[in-house]
Ligand binder design. Structure first.
Ligand code: NAD
Length: 365
């Protein structure tokens, strides 16, 4: 508690927006407020060199507005690199709505949010993230065309989460091949942390392949549901990080690889869906490497969702979505090998490729 107070005070000493630690030359930050619906949202537009910024909207009960700002800054930057490495012509953006999605999300609030998105004239295109569903996006679509992740009945590509999970599964298999010499996950001990939309679909792939799957979540009901459906084991301990496992799959929120957890990790591979898994990209990326833990960069392997929503803008079908997502296996393997050859962290190897695509487009313009 004392440290939290100090942290908040330290944060307040920084300049409010441009001086934030996670500020990385973002192009535009939009604060959205509506008294009538109780909407408090922040839209972060990091970079639009490759195209309009696209990224999901997260609804979360943040501890403070500083946390919400920090999250949207980190998430929108991550989207820039995700789109760049995936080869889609999109920039990086993201939105956060401050509040509890279970109790505070109303149709009026979502519509008002949609109007704010619309006011940006297409510079930011939204989609679903934590706390959002396809039907929320269908609702937003009634007030703006700048939304993806629309249901198939309404002409969209549907819920992106199963495709994200498939891409994560491909990235995980590539990391396993690199580390264990085989991409077969049978009997591998895998801990999936967070069994929401993506986590559950990942558990399905893993159990189909015969992996020994452990699941953890803060939602007990979901744990029991997913356990019963896929014969997974519910993790009942209180420190997942220190458990013996082959693969750790973070599929809840970010920054779980941090100063506190990194020394305890016994996993040999980290491959999951959560965005921004490394609290500090450089420091924790380096420490993972020193510990011999293979880290499959999050923004590379969780790109299935962006491939799926991009289909709505570019009009390609399911077959092409699956082909592009399956290719995450090859790209991951290539990047893990590159990192070793060039003696850099896997995160940096992936980031460099993404950055060079942005740089060459910038030169063309
Ligand atoms: P979701 O909201 O459906 O699921 C998140 C799950 O994590 C929930 O079941 C929640 O109870 C659980 N959770 C929250 N805090 C936890 C904790 N401390 N420990 C264990 N479990 C916890 O979200 P999702 O769509 O499945 O996304 C999961 C992650 O993947 C997020 O970080 C998201 O940004 C990222 N991601 C999602 C997509 C997508 O297509 N949905 C695409 C790329 C990245």
């Amino acid at each position: 508690m004392v440290t939290e107070v100090i942290k908040a005070k330290e944060l307040q000493k920084l300049d409010p927006v441009f001086g934030q630690l996670s500020f990385d030359n973002h192009e535009q930050i939009v604060f959205c407020n509506d008294k009538d619906t109780g909407l408090k949202a922040i839209i972060g537009i990091h970079n639009t060199v490759l195209g309009p910024s696209l990224g999901g909207t997260r609804m979360w009960q943040y501890n403070s507005e500083w946390d919400a700002l920090n999250d949207v800054l980190r998430l929108s930057r991550g989207m820039t690199f995700k789109s760049a490495i995936t080869g889609v012509n999109l920039g990086g953006g993201k939105a956060v709505i401050i509040g509890d999605a279970k109790t505070q999300k109303t149709p009026e609030l979502m519509l008002r949010f949609g109007e704010f998105v619309h006011s940006l004239g297409g510079k930011y295109i939204t989609a679903e993230d934590v706390g959002m569903t396809t039907s929320d996006m269908d609702l937003v679509r009634t007030v703006t065309p700048y939304v993806t992740g629309i249901s198939e009945e309404k002409g969209g590509a549907g819920n992106p989460s199963p495709i994200t999970a498939y891409g994560v599964f491909m990235g995980m298999k590539a990391a396993a091949k690199y580390k264990f010499g085989t991409d077969d996950l049978e009997n591998k001990v895998v801990y999936v942390q967070g069994i929401g939309n993506v986590g559950e679909a990942l558990v399905e792939h893993l159990s189909d392949e015969g992996a020994k799957v452990y699941i953890s979540d803060i939602n007990q009901e979901r744990l029991e549901e997913v356990r019963d459906k896929y014969h997974a084991t519910i993790y009942t301990g209180n420190n997942l990080y220190s458990e013996d496992m082959d693969i750790y799959a973070p599929c809840a929120l970010g920054a779980t690889v941090n100063d506190h957890t990194i020394g305890q990790l016994k996993a040999k591979v980290i491959a999951g869906a959560a965005n921004n898994q490394l609290a500090d990209e450089q420091k924790h990326g380096r420490l993972l490497r020193e510990q011999g833990i293979v880290y499959a960069p999050d923004f590379l392997i969780n790109a299935g969702g962006i491939i799926n929503v991009y289909a709505e803008l570019e009009n390609y079908g399911k077959q092409e979505i699956m082909r592009k997502t399956e290719n995450i296996f090859n790209t991951t393997l290539e990047i893990l090998t590159n990192a070793e050859t060039n003696d850099v962290t896997t995160h940096k190897a992936a980031l460099d490729i993404a950055q060079s695509r942005i740089n060459s487009r910038r030169k063309e313009n």
